[in-house]
Each structure stands twice: as C-alpha cells, then as structure tokens.
Ligand binder design. Structure first.
Ligand SMILES: NC(=O)c1ccc[n+]([C@@H]2O[C@H](COP(=O)([O-])OP(=O)(O)OC[C@H]3O[C@@H](n4cnc5c(N)ncnc54)[C@H](O)[C@@H]3O)[C@@H](O)[C@H]2O)c1
Length: 245
C-alpha cells in the first residue's frame, strides 16, 4: 500500500510507543514523516531508521505545550518538505491519583501536555493543512476520554476535551478540505504504562491482552488516509472491548 505517497505527516510524541509505530507505519506506506518530541536521541533514531529503510523523515525538537515551539515545528516541516498533509497529535502524559490528592501542578501539567497541545497544534498547522487540499488530523485521545476510571482526573478531563475539540474543529473545517478525527486506545503496551500492574490491565480488558502500538498505528493510518475520506468529527475506538460493556 502507498496511501501516503506524496504526503507529509507531523507526528508528536513520535520518539516512543504509539507515535513511533505510527511514524514507521506511515513511512512504510510512502509518506514523509516529521517526528516531533522532547526525546531528541530517540526521535532522531526513528527518523534514521526510516531513512535507512529508504524512506524520507525528519526530526524536530518540540515541547507541545509551547505555542512558539509549534510555530517553529510547522515552519521547519514546511522548509524541509514543502507541505503538511497529516497531523497526528499523539504526545500525552497521564496522572494516576484520586482527585483529592491531585495537585494543581499535576492538573496543569497534564492538561497542558495532553489537551492544550492539541489546540496549539491544530492552530499552528491550520493554514498548511488547508493548503494541502487534502488534510487530515488525528488526535490521539483514549478510551479514558469516553469513560471514567475513578482516578486520574486530569487525564480523563484532558482526553474528554480532546474528543470534543476534535468534533468542533471538524465541523469548522468540514468544507476546508481538512478532516479531523479522534482515536481512542485502550491499554497499549508502551512506556507510558510505567510500573502499572499489567496483569490488572489485562484482566480488565475483554480480549484478555494489552494492545500493541502497531495495532494503534494501523488504525491511525487508516483514519489519516483517504480510506477514511468521508469520516470527520468521528471517534475510533480500539480497546480490546473495554468500552463495549
Ligand atoms: N499506552 C496506552 O495504554 C494508552 C492508552 C490510551 C491513550 N494513550 C495515549 O497515546 C498517546 C501516546 O502514548 P504512548 O502510549 O505511546 O506513550 P509513550 O510514553 O511511549 O509516548 C509518549 C511520547 O510523548 C512524548 N512527550 C511527552 N510530553 C511531551 C511534550 N511536552 N512535548 C513533546 N512530546 C512529549 C514523550 O517523550 C514520548 O515520546 C498519549 O497521548 C497517550 O495518552 C495511550
């Protein structure tokens, strides 16, 4: 498949986990990818891997909470590759505690990285995505943007906000040639899980296993590609059945 031939994608959090798998997937389908992350060595290694496989890739240092950082990352993408067709807002962090002990600092940090970043990213990329004539934004929310868990108030609030920020932007851009959708992973085996008890996550998942980053990458690639050309403002869940109950 060459669904991304001639197209350029910017993927935040592309140094690790779901973002890395997405960068590799889009590149394997002919796309040029720009990996944006705080982890410079790991991000550059993903770009090198793609180039080693014969693809085209670049790396930009980006703190997704920085409006100036976003302006620079989009400008660098345009200067490296001349266009921007796909934006994957994937970078995110979580909190783990009950509301009563969650500090304002934690709240503000999680909301900045996980929610405000998506606003800043779409705003910075808007002109370039419209100029593409066939733009696609994939915002990585979570099944925890749809259902609660009892803890992690900042993460749930941020991921829920991403879901509706996606829908209202999709409506605003519906006739501008830019589709905007959200994807909602369940528990995926990436470094973000930290020392969380994986057996507990598996036990809570109807399919009885964690998802793989590549399984999210294939969904994100589908949503980003013309295979999803009539989908905008939609939410795509891949959670091993978690939210089906
Ligand atoms: N793994 C899961 O179980 C799961 C479930 C639902 C949703 N998600 C979401 O998927 C997305 C990707 O997570 P992952 O599981 O691949 O985790 P991960 O920790 O492997 O990757 C996250 C990446 O984001 C980068 N990042 C963090 N803060 C940043 C910042 N301020 N600026 C730029 N980059 C930053 C990190 O350096 C890292 O490379 C996140 O939004 C996460 O909330 C993950």
């Amino acid at each position: 498949m060459n669904r991304f031939e001639g197209r350029v994608g910017l993927i935040t959090g592309g140094a690790s986990g779901i973002g890395k798998a997405t960068a590799l997937r889009i590149a394997s389908e002919g796309g040029t990818v720009v990996i944006a992350d705080l982890q410079d060595d790991a991000g550059k290694a993903v770009a090198s891997q793609i180039e080693g496989d014969g693809g085209r890739a670049g790396y930009v240092h980006l703190d997704v909470t920085s409006e100036q950082g976003w302006a620079d990352a989009v400008a660098e993408t345009l200067s490296m590759f001349g266009r921007l067709d796909v934006l994957v807002n994937n970078a995110g962090i979580g909190d783990t505690e009950p509301l009563e002990v969650t500090t304002s600092d934690t709240w503000n940090k999680v909301v900045a990285v996980t929610q405000t970043s998506v606003f800043l990213g779409m705003k910075a990329a808007a002109d370039a995505l419209k100029a593409s004539g066939n733009g696609s934004v994939v915002n990585v929310s979570s099944m925890y943007g749809i259902v609660g868990s009892g803890v992690s108030p900042a993460y749930h609030a941020a991921k829920g906000a991403v879901r509706l920020l996606t829908k209202t932007t999709a409506l605003g851009w519906a006739t501008e040639g830019v589709r905007v959708n959200s994807v909602h992973p369940g528990f995926i085996d990436t470094p973000i899980l930290g020392d969380t008890d994986r057996d507990m996550l598996i036990a809570g998942t109807p399919m009885g296993r964690l998802g793989r980053p590549e399984e999210m990458a294939s969904l994100i690639a589908f949503v980003a590609s013309d295979d999803a050309s009539f989908a905008t403002g939609a939410e795509f869940v891949a959670d091993g059945g978690y939210t089906a109950r």
